[in-house]
Ligand binder design. Structure first.
Ligand SMILES: [Zn+2]
Length: 147
Protein backbone atom coordinates (compact mmCIF):
# COMPACT_ATOMS: atom_id res chain seq x y z
CA UNK A 1 0.00 0.00 0.00
CA UNK A 2 1.61 3.20 -1.19
CA UNK A 3 0.38 6.75 -1.77
CA UNK A 4 -0.74 7.29 -5.37
CA UNK A 5 0.91 10.71 -5.37
CA UNK A 6 4.24 10.27 -3.61
CA UNK A 7 4.63 6.46 -3.42
CA UNK A 8 5.19 6.73 0.31
CA UNK A 9 4.31 3.58 2.23
CA UNK A 10 0.95 3.93 3.93
CA UNK A 11 0.24 3.02 7.50
CA UNK A 12 -2.89 0.99 8.15
CA UNK A 13 -4.61 4.10 9.57
CA UNK A 14 -3.66 6.37 6.63
CA UNK A 15 -4.82 3.73 4.19
CA UNK A 16 -8.11 3.20 5.99
CA UNK A 17 -8.81 6.93 6.33
CA UNK A 18 -8.20 7.61 2.66
CA UNK A 19 -10.09 4.53 1.43
CA UNK A 20 -13.08 5.17 3.70
CA UNK A 21 -13.54 8.78 2.65
CA UNK A 22 -12.12 9.07 -0.89
CA UNK A 23 -11.78 5.49 -2.08
CA UNK A 24 -8.19 6.05 -3.22
CA UNK A 25 -4.85 5.27 -1.57
CA UNK A 26 -3.27 8.49 -0.31
CA UNK A 27 -0.92 9.42 2.50
CA UNK A 28 -2.14 11.81 5.20
CA UNK A 29 -0.48 14.81 3.51
CA UNK A 30 -1.96 14.16 0.07
CA UNK A 31 -5.35 13.29 1.53
CA UNK A 32 -5.35 16.71 3.22
CA UNK A 33 -4.59 18.40 -0.11
CA UNK A 34 -7.44 16.56 -1.84
CA UNK A 35 -9.79 17.32 1.06
CA UNK A 36 -8.96 21.02 0.65
CA UNK A 37 -9.71 20.83 -3.08
CA UNK A 38 -13.06 19.16 -2.36
CA UNK A 39 -13.96 21.86 0.16
CA UNK A 40 -12.98 24.65 -2.22
CA UNK A 41 -14.65 23.39 -5.41
CA UNK A 42 -17.16 20.79 -4.22
CA UNK A 43 -15.32 18.18 -6.27
CA UNK A 44 -17.25 14.88 -6.28
CA UNK A 45 -15.19 11.98 -4.90
CA UNK A 46 -15.86 10.10 -8.15
CA UNK A 47 -13.82 12.82 -9.89
CA UNK A 48 -10.93 12.03 -7.54
CA UNK A 49 -11.26 8.30 -8.26
CA UNK A 50 -11.46 8.85 -12.01
CA UNK A 51 -8.50 11.24 -11.89
CA UNK A 52 -6.28 8.61 -10.29
CA UNK A 53 -7.65 5.94 -12.63
CA UNK A 54 -6.72 8.04 -15.66
CA UNK A 55 -3.33 8.85 -14.20
CA UNK A 56 -2.64 5.17 -13.67
CA UNK A 57 -3.64 4.50 -17.29
CA UNK A 58 -0.99 6.95 -18.48
CA UNK A 59 -3.12 10.01 -19.21
CA UNK A 60 -2.02 13.36 -17.89
CA UNK A 61 -5.14 14.67 -16.15
CA UNK A 62 -5.56 17.84 -14.10
CA UNK A 63 -8.06 18.08 -11.25
CA UNK A 64 -10.20 21.21 -11.02
CA UNK A 65 -8.78 22.88 -14.09
CA UNK A 66 -9.75 26.53 -14.51
CA UNK A 67 -10.95 27.11 -18.08
CA UNK A 68 -11.23 30.88 -17.71
CA UNK A 69 -14.88 30.84 -16.70
CA UNK A 70 -15.36 27.87 -14.43
CA UNK A 71 -13.53 25.02 -12.81
CA UNK A 72 -13.70 21.75 -14.74
CA UNK A 73 -13.65 18.54 -12.64
CA UNK A 74 -10.92 16.92 -14.75
CA UNK A 75 -9.14 18.19 -17.84
CA UNK A 76 -6.70 16.45 -20.14
CA UNK A 77 -5.32 19.61 -21.62
CA UNK A 78 -2.98 18.02 -24.18
CA UNK A 79 -6.02 16.90 -26.18
CA UNK A 80 -8.32 19.68 -24.89
CA UNK A 81 -10.71 17.30 -23.20
CA UNK A 82 -12.88 18.42 -20.28
CA UNK A 83 -14.53 15.81 -18.10
CA UNK A 84 -17.40 16.70 -15.79
CA UNK A 85 -18.81 14.26 -13.29
CA UNK A 86 -22.60 14.39 -13.17
CA UNK A 87 -23.90 13.88 -9.67
CA UNK A 88 -27.47 14.95 -10.35
CA UNK A 89 -28.42 13.28 -13.62
CA UNK A 90 -31.41 11.44 -12.21
CA UNK A 91 -33.20 14.66 -11.35
CA UNK A 92 -31.74 17.00 -13.91
CA UNK A 93 -33.98 19.95 -14.72
CA UNK A 94 -34.40 21.55 -18.15
CA UNK A 95 -32.55 24.56 -16.81
CA UNK A 96 -29.53 22.52 -15.76
CA UNK A 97 -29.58 20.63 -19.05
CA UNK A 98 -29.57 23.80 -21.15
CA UNK A 99 -26.80 25.26 -18.96
CA UNK A 100 -24.73 22.11 -19.59
CA UNK A 101 -25.37 22.34 -23.32
CA UNK A 102 -24.33 26.01 -23.36
CA UNK A 103 -21.15 25.18 -21.43
CA UNK A 104 -20.40 22.42 -23.91
CA UNK A 105 -20.98 24.84 -26.79
CA UNK A 106 -18.66 27.46 -25.27
CA UNK A 107 -15.89 24.98 -24.68
CA UNK A 108 -16.27 23.61 -28.24
CA UNK A 109 -15.82 27.13 -29.56
CA UNK A 110 -12.56 27.27 -27.64
CA UNK A 111 -11.49 23.97 -29.13
CA UNK A 112 -12.37 21.88 -26.09
CA UNK A 113 -14.48 18.75 -26.03
CA UNK A 114 -16.61 18.22 -22.93
CA UNK A 115 -17.87 14.85 -21.81
CA UNK A 116 -20.15 14.28 -18.85
CA UNK A 117 -19.78 11.09 -16.88
CA UNK A 118 -22.52 9.95 -14.47
CA UNK A 119 -20.95 9.46 -11.04
CA UNK A 120 -22.40 5.94 -10.78
CA UNK A 121 -20.37 4.89 -13.78
CA UNK A 122 -17.15 5.70 -11.93
CA UNK A 123 -18.38 3.86 -8.86
CA UNK A 124 -19.39 0.68 -10.70
CA UNK A 125 -17.38 0.67 -13.93
CA UNK A 126 -14.17 2.58 -13.21
CA UNK A 127 -11.95 0.46 -15.47
CA UNK A 128 -14.35 0.57 -18.41
CA UNK A 129 -14.82 4.32 -17.94
CA UNK A 130 -11.05 4.87 -17.92
CA UNK A 131 -10.59 2.65 -21.01
CA UNK A 132 -13.22 4.59 -22.95
CA UNK A 133 -11.83 7.98 -21.96
CA UNK A 134 -8.34 6.85 -22.99
CA UNK A 135 -9.91 5.84 -26.34
CA UNK A 136 -11.43 9.31 -26.64
CA UNK A 137 -8.08 10.98 -25.94
CA UNK A 138 -6.46 8.81 -28.63
CA UNK A 139 -9.19 9.81 -31.08
CA UNK A 140 -8.75 13.47 -30.22
CA UNK A 141 -4.98 13.19 -30.56
CA UNK A 142 -5.38 11.68 -34.05
CA UNK A 143 -7.78 14.47 -35.07
CA UNK A 144 -5.44 17.18 -33.77
CA UNK A 145 -2.65 15.70 -35.88
CA UNK A 146 -4.85 15.71 -39.00
CA UNK A 147 -5.65 19.42 -38.55
ZN1 LIG B 1 1.51 11.10 -0.61
Amino acid sequence: MTCLECKKNLTYVDHKNAMDTLGVELCARHKTLIDKLIRKYGTPIQAIQLYYGLKKAGANPTLEWWDGKKSVDIAISRVKLNIEIDTEYQMITHNRAITHLEETMHSFKNGFTTIRIPHDLVTHYLNETVTNIIGITEGLKANIRVI
